[in-house]
Design a protein around this ligand. Structure first.
Ligand SMILES: C[S@@+](CC[C@H](N)C(=O)[O-])C[C@H]1O[C@@H](n2cnc3c(N)ncnc32)[C@H](O)[C@@H]1O
Length: 203
């Protein structure tokens, strides 16, 4: 299922920028959680103790959101992570290329990605992560070019959709230009279960 949505101003959550957060972009991930995850599913899908991977994590605005929900985070970026986040003991910093990173464990629930990259490269990477079963849900940004933005979004959603379908994965896919987005669109994809017998996703 693909849903491509326009921003609906009436539903913009009122988000406060916490004083101890290393980057304003924290509000993008927080808004994405509000928009894509129904409130009555937060306890189950954004639960304490879950493992997450954050690609393009520095300085740590998105990681802050995951840490705030008591998740353990693998933060991947060659930059510097905010010391306040490292001090929580919940963050492992990998100074590595997000396109080559392989999660060190197989029970990752969330993979989020805010690397500044070509949309098609990101969409393919997200497809790889879901197809390999590295994570259950992804949130990432498509950083859009100056021209033909609508085409760019639809092409990349189609690409992701095709990759998941051809690998027998049932999924939910939604995209929205968030209030806190600028030249970008935020995408959420969730692996539900394998459509191929014997590949039911029990995690
Ligand atoms: C927009 S910033 C991310 C901000 C972050 N979401 C936050 O809230 O603090 C983009 C980051 O992606 C990182 N990045 C770009 N290409 C990358 C790659 N191939 N692998 C890992 N990180 C990358 C950059 O170093 C930069 O820190």
């Amino acid at each position: 299922m693909i849903l491509c949505e326009k921003n609906r101003r009436a539903t913009i959550p009122r988000l406060k920028f916490p004083s101890d957060v290393p980057s304003l972009s924290t509000l993008k991930l927080e808004e994405a959680f509000h928009v894509f995850i129904p409130a009555d599913e937060w306890d189950e899908r954004l639960a304490s103790g879950m493992y997450a991977v954050n690609l393009g994590a520095c300085p740590g605005g998105w990681t802050y959101q995951l840490v705030k929900r008591s998740m353990m985070v693998h933060a991947v970026d060659n930059g510097t992570m905010a010391q306040s986040l490292m001090d929580t003991g919940q963050v492992t910093h990998h100074a590595a290329d997000g396109f080559r990173f392989e999660p060190p464990r197989n029970n990752i629930t969330w993979l989020v990605c805010d690397m500044v990259e070509k949309p098609a490269r990101e969409a393919n990477l997200m497809a790889d992560c879901l197809v390999k079963g590295w994570c259950r849900e992804v949130i990432f940004n498509l950083k859009l070019p100056m021209k033909k933005r609508y085409e760019e979004v639809t092409q990349n959603l189609a690409l992701l959709s095709e990759r998941l379908s051809e690998n027998g994965i049932n999924y939910e896919l939604r995209a929205r230009q968030l209030y806190h987005d600028r030249e970008e669109v935020t995408v959420h994809a969730r692996r539900i279960w394998g459509a191929v017998p014997g590949r039911r996703d029990e995690r």
